[in-house]
Design a protein around this ligand. Structure first.
Ligand code: SF4
Length: 744
């Protein structure tokens, strides 16, 4: 029997569910949800239950610093000491800086709401480089940028369960966010109306009172038509709009172009459904808005997010019970995102101005942008072409950019051509395999952290010593800083801490709260306040919600949302399907967990969802494999057909990030099975955020001949027999196996 349960927080994904780590003596027995957590109320997913324990002692875990021996990508590495690795890395980094300057160094990390994002940003800035790549251009970037521009809070947080009407757009919380899914169901059981906008009849759409299925990429026309109905029928919250919104006349004029009839023509949704949705959302209060990553990675993503955010403002559904909340702070607490923007941790403006993408996408890469991150596809091109200037060294931490960035072939070519590539990781991936040095990174149960999660200040506790010579992201950044300093490479002293605990203490030092206090229960609830805008205003230049953001207007953009025809409508007829990418699965997170048996039992192949008519037209049945091609992609990829009427006959839908760790490297099957190899990273970019249009592309689908592609036979991963490598058609080498012993 377990002797104790240590309260902590799961960070296997961004949601941060409260967890209990059950220990028997020093042995971790299992991990479960913490029912006492006000944020997650015991909700816990299959990743949370399995990932941390299986990653900890996974047979493929990287435990020591590794140095490449032989050609890049061959997969031959030799163990080296930390001292030797740091010495070599700093020496080679010095050569890059001597030849090209410090801006020739780039970094890549998942995002800035993990401490590894802070560690990466301040390390690069210490070196004098502004080029910090995050994955948020593919998920969250457009929505967050819209929030910064308009002042509308993007999420309801814990208020969701008190909503009387939930509008969900491009979101499938049953696949991606277990807490939002739980809260949606709670609200629904209490009688809330549910309006779902999604071209796919997802699980949440199946629960909807009103389901609108627009053609992919046309959502903005739908939002403007709903706006038009709310304004023309005077269904808006007149007091809130009068006191707290500016730009309503301009918005009204723009929305007038999108009558329900016009929007019906564009979107394929009937005018009656549009009107019904508008009246329901406007008159059933309090209401909240869930926007998912279906909105991001579109060529009109920010305007789409703005158009839906405006619905919240018009109906006064902001920072009141049951509405979208302004995120609450713990007085004095330094949350991760604050380090990205705090002048004390930034470089001089002239250095920041060198960021790649800053001129073309000021709201993504400029000084006031949400993430202050560079434009990823432009950095990849800078590695390949030397323009606008050469990028010759890369440090990645905890990311697998070969598998998660569209245009995989370009990413691989760019990484292969670097002078220096250092990757911090706990496992070998198609990305780390191209590295010169791999630095061993801790996994979740070996790390401690403090952060705000929903309505809590939350703690993650280290419950076991780091395995081998693994170090945390912060410890690796500190070690690199010291090695770079010894070579005179540190230009700005922006990473002042000497341990991860020092950083945590710095985050908490003005709160009067000690880390141990947060660890006691795993969380400290944050005081519940509403309508704080009445005291503080909104974070816009006018302090009001800007329905036509002044920042956009001042930068020369149209300040109002407008419809733009998706690029798939303008390609050759042979590309007769719309490819929707990015469907989530609870057992996976982006490219992660393909080497975990518990995950592969749930999801063992990259699925292509086709309507029965679309499948029959191409001679495909469930379980067949199909090639998928796009007009601008550099290759076709092979996906496994699932026949379902959850998508319409003109749509092909899939996920992202597939690779098979057990297949021979360097790509481990990704060039054959990952949809990112079939879609380009541009040139259709959102004009404001620079997000590439990778969510909706034109495509064609044809049956794959298994003689050409010896492939997984059935759903049992152990029947993998032969898969061609990227470079030849020889039988695949089984690099490692996934053991039942991994499964808890
Ligand atoms: S949803 Fe799952 S993986 Fe994400 S934080 Fe919660 S338990 Fe962990």
């Amino acid at each position: 029997m377990p002797t104790k349960a240590i309260p902590s927080t799961c960070k296997e994904c961004y949601i941060g569910c409260g967890s209990l780590i059950h220990m028997q003596d020093d042995k971790i027995v299992r991990v479960s949800g913490n029912p006492a957590s006000p944020h997650s109320r015991g909700a816990f997913c299959v990743k949370g239950m399995n990932a941390a324990t299986t990653a900890l002692d996974h047979p493929d875990r990287i435990l020591y610093p590794l140095k490449r021996v032989g050609a890049r990508g061959d997969g031959n590495f030799a163990r080296v000491s930390w001292d030797d690795a740091l010495n070599d890395i700093s020496e080679q980094m010095a050569r890059v800086v001597d030849s090209y300057g410090s801006k020739a160094i780039a970094g890549a990390v998942s995002n800035q709401f993990y401490d590894r994002g802070v560690a990466m940003a301040v390390l690069l800035r210490s070196l004098g480089s502004p080029n910090y790549m995050i994955n948020q251009d593919l998920c969250q970037g457009c929505r967050s940028t819209a929030g910064v521009l308009s002042g509308v809070p993007g999420l309801p947080g814990d208020e969701l369960k008190f909503s009387r009407c939930i509008l969900s757009v491009g979101k499938s919380p049953s696949d991606s966010n277990i807490v939002e899914w739980m809260n949606t169901k709670s609200a629904k059981q209490a009688g809330a109306k549910l309006i779902v906008i999604d071209p796919r009849r997802s699980t949440i759409a199946q629960q909807a009172d009103i389901w609108l299925a627009p053609k992919p990429g046309t959502d903005v026309a739908l939002a403007l038509a709903i706006t038009h109905v709310i304004l023309s029928e005077a269904l808006f919250d007149a007091d809130f709009v009068r006191d707290w919104c500016i730009g309503v006349d301009e918005l009204s004029e723009r929305a007038a172009k999108f009558t329900p009839d016009v929007a019906a023509e564009i979107t394929g949704v009937s005018r009656e459904h549009i009107v019904e949705a508008a009246r329901t959302f406007a008159t059933t209060r309090p209401g909240s808005l869930l926007m998912g990553h279906g909105i991001d990675a579109q060529a009109n993503g920010v305007y789409t997010a703005l158009a839906f955010s405006n619905l919240l403002a018009l109906t006064g559904n902001i920072d009141r019970p049951g509405t979208n909340r302004i995120p609450k702070a713990v007085p004095g607490f330094r949350e991760y995102n604050s380090f990205i923007h705090d002048p004390a941790f930034r470089m001089p403006p002239e250095k920041e101005a060198e960021i790649i993408g800053g001129v073309d996408y000021p709201f993504w890469s400029g000084p006031d942008s949400w993430g202050r991150a560079c434009h990823n596809p432009s950095v990849i091109q800078a590695m390949l072409t030397g323009k606008p200037y050469p990028v010759r060294a890369l440090y990645t931490s905890g990311v697998n950019i070969v598998c998660t960035y569209p245009g995989m072939q370009d990413t691989i070519k760019a990484l292969r051509g670097l002078d220096l590539f250092v990757a911090a990781s706990d496992q070998m991936t198609p990305t780390t395999q191209l590295a010169d040095y791999i630095l061993p990174k801790t996994t979740l149960l070996e790390e401690e952290a403090v952060f705000i999660e929903g309505s809590c200040l939350a703690a993650m506790q280290a419950v076991t010593p780091a395995r081998g010579e693994a170090r945390t992201d912060f410890e690796i950044a500190i070690a690199l800083r010291d090695a770079f300093r010894a070579r005179g490479l540190i230009q700005h002293d922006l990473l002042p801490w000497n341990s991860r605990r020092e950083f945590i203490d710095f985050q908490l030092k003005d709160t009067g709260i000690a880390f141990e206090d947060v660890c006691e229960k795993g969380f400290i609830p944050i005081a519940n306040e509403y309508e704080t805008y009445k005291t503080n205003g909104f974070k816009t230049p006018s302090r009001k919600i800007e329905l036509a953001p002044s920042k956009l207007r001042n930068a020369g953009y149209d300040p109002l949302p407008d419809y733009k025809t998706p690029s798939y409508a303008e390609v050759d007829a042979e590309f007769d399907l719309i490819l929707m990418t990015g469907i989530r699965t609870m057992a996976l997170h982006h490219s992660r967990f393909r080497n975990h048996a518990w995950s592969r039992r749930v999801a063992n192949a990259p699925e292509l969802r086709l309507h029965p008519e679309a499948a029959a037209k191409r001679g495909l049945k469930a379980g067949d494999w199909a090639w998928i091609e796009t007009p601008q992609g550099k290759a076709r990829v092979c996906l496994k057909v699932r026949v379902t009427d959850e998508v319409s006959p003109n749509i092909a839908a899939t996920g992202m990030g597939w690779w098979y760790p057990e297949l021979v490297g360097p790509d481990h099957g990704a060039l054959t099975f990952n949809v990112e190899a079939a879609i380009p990273y541009g040139p259709h970019w959102d004009p404001i955020s620079g997000s590439s249009e990778s969510r909706n592309c034109a495509c064609k689908v044809s049956k794959a001949d298994l003689a050409d592609v010896p492939i997984i036979n059935g759903d049992d991963r152990n029947t993998v027999v032969q898969i061609p490598t990227s470079s030849d058609n020889s039988p695949a080498h089984i690099h490692s196996d996934i053991r039942d012993a991994d499964i808890r």
